[in-house]
Design a protein around this ligand. Structure first.
Ligand code: FES
Length: 114
């Protein structure tokens, strides 16, 4: 049974996340990076790098960015903006909530991803 919270879907436990870092979760056919930055804030982004579609969850998270493991592009965890080359396009960012030690993502706009 899928757990929901006011339109948000539970994707993992807060304890599943590293103190600073990310994991991949699956939402239907979509892979999502759930990442906690060094400020402790949890973010949800499309897991695929906009440069060549490799999994960002295999990259490094530090400060408020995730660094793609393949060519080193950095993405802002809050906005999804590509901060460094070779990526030039953002990755999609989902609304996320943390409640009662669980992480919830708003999947209602999953078909709106660019
Ligand atoms: S595949 Fe991510 S920077 Fe190239």
């Amino acid at each position: 049974m899928t757990e929901t919270l006011a339109g948000y879907t539970r994707v993992c436990a807060l304890a599943d996340l590293p103190e600073v870092g990310g994991i991949k979760v699956e939402a239907g056919a979509t892979a999502i990076l759930i990442a906690r930055g060094s400020d402790g804030v949890v973010h949800a982004l499309n897991d695929y790098c906009s440069h060549a579609l490799v999994s960002l969850s295999e990259g490094d998270v530090y400060d408020n960015v995730v660094e793609c493991w393949l060519h080193g592009a950095e993405f802002d965890l809050t906005t999804g903006e590509a901060l460094t080359l070779p990526a030039t396009e953002p990755v999609y960012v989902y609304n996320v909530k943390v409640d009662d030690e669980s992480v919830y993502v708003d999947l209602s706009d999953i078909n709106q991803e660019s």
